[in-house]
Design a protein around this ligand. Structure first.
Ligand code: G4F
Length: 355
């Protein structure tokens, strides 16, 4: 029998890849789209479009996770077998500037979904996946797994941690199938340009195409466990297929600094970088020409930084049989190549290093 999935945040990177993954598995896919994406489909739905998911492939519903009534009615109408709550404000930096709306969207939004399932009497029918985040670990020592004490240090991390506990609470109180996927950073060519990986790969493609701009970055020492979003959406699905709900870390188990990511991305187009100076004066310099390609911009530092995220996904490997397929080098190459191809397509006319 055809299963029905409802994805909030379907217009984002993970939403689009998950929709594609579930369609390939034969699911009927519904997605929640905010009015601004809905009313500007050319821009707002670009990722779904890029994956060829148009028309009949996904049924889009206009709405917002902060609107409890809207969600209630939609969930009653769709009666999904599985809900993937991927909606949210996903930029950690932005959460320092908009902490109240971050909590509204990333915590109250989760509560609205859990409650809509409950009040519609679907607690024994609908399974709920919650997009929890490694940002919840915050200052906790690496490597981090499901048993690591969480010490979030951003409004984003705090909001996600509250949602994580709501999921556990609904699971225990109402017997709901609600599960947290604690995902470490996951990237792709569809990643937003305000995240550091995509900002770097776009800049590298531009430099190769002749740009004279300097890539301005914040904390180069920050270490992340970067995986491929396409591997991670398969893990989200696997989390909802077990007999009993549980929480799982999804990560690659390999971590690199922002500096190393930039170095690898430039190396992919044949540019060898060396680092000179320290702190805010550090620069990434092309070895061959001595040209400065990367500078540090103190404006991009966060009020409080998560320095080292490195995931231990042994539980997901042992219980779900999940393991990422893409290597760090493969991810960097795929992202740089996609940005090179995009530049060739638009003739190199429009790109910006803002973000
Ligand atoms: O790419 P980022 O903005 O990702 P961040 O903050 O780790 O968050 C991402 O991963 C989380 C999972 O751990 C998700 F929950 C979250 O939604 C998001 O997907 O920054 C990565 C690191 C940070 O330490 C940041 O300070 O890169 C550092 N960084 C250095 N220069 C920069 C920049 N980040 C951005 N966005 N832009 C810079 O120029």
């Amino acid at each position: 029998m055809t299963k029905t999935a409802f994805i909030t945040g379907i217009a984002g990177q993970d939403g689009a890849y998950l929709a594609q993954f579930l369609r390939e598995k034969g699911y009927s896919v519904h997605g929640l789209v905010r009015w601004d994406s809905y009313s500007d489909p050319l821009d707002g739905l670009a990722r779904l479009d890029a994956l060829g998911l148009v028309g009949e492939d996904v049924r889009l519903h206009m709405g917002d996770v902060t609107d409890a009534n809207n969600l209630n009615l939609l969930i009653r109408e769709i009666r999904p077998d599985e809900i993937y709550n991927l909606a949210g404000l996903s930029q950690v930096q932005v959460s320092f500037e908009t902490p109240a709306s971050t909590l509204q969207i990333n915590t109250a939004g989760t509560l609205n979904i859990l409650d809509a399932v409950r009040v519609n009497g679907l607690e024994n029918y609908t399974r709920v996946y919650q997009a929890s985040s490694s940002e919840m670990f915050g200052k906790a020592r690496a490597p981090q797994n499901e048993d690591t004490k969480m010490e979030p240090c951003s409004p984003y991390g705090v909001a996600k941690l509250a949602s994580y506990h709501l999921v556990k609470s609904y699971r225990e109180s109402y017997g709901m199938y609600a599960a947290n996927g604690i995902l470490f950073n996951h990237e792709s060519p569809l990643r937003g340009e305000d995240f550091v990986t995509r900002k770097i790969t776009k800049a590298v493609a531009a430099v190769e195409a002749g740009s004279n701009d300097v890539l301005r970055l914040g904390n180069l020492d920050s270490v992340r466990d970067w995986g491929d979003a396409r591997d991670f959406v398969a893990g989200m699905w696997a989390i909802l297929q077990r007999g009993a709900p549980d929480d799982y870390v999804l990560a690659t188990g390999e971590a690199h600094s922002v500096r190393e990511f930039a170095q690898a991305a430039f190396a992919h187009v044949g540019i060898s970088l060396e680092w000179r100076g320290a702190g805010v004066d550090e620069k990434g310099v092309e070895v061959k020409s001595g040209r400065v390609l990367v500078e540090v911009d103190r404006q991009l530092f966060r009020p409080s930084e998560v320095h080292h995220l490195l995931g231990d996904a042994a539980k997901a490997r042992d219980i779900l049989g999940w393991a990422p397929k893409t290597t760090f080098e493969g991810l960097v190459a795929a992202m740089v190549n996609a940005d090179r191809a995009a530049l060739r397509l638009d003739g190199g006319a429009s790109w910006s290093m803002a973000g």
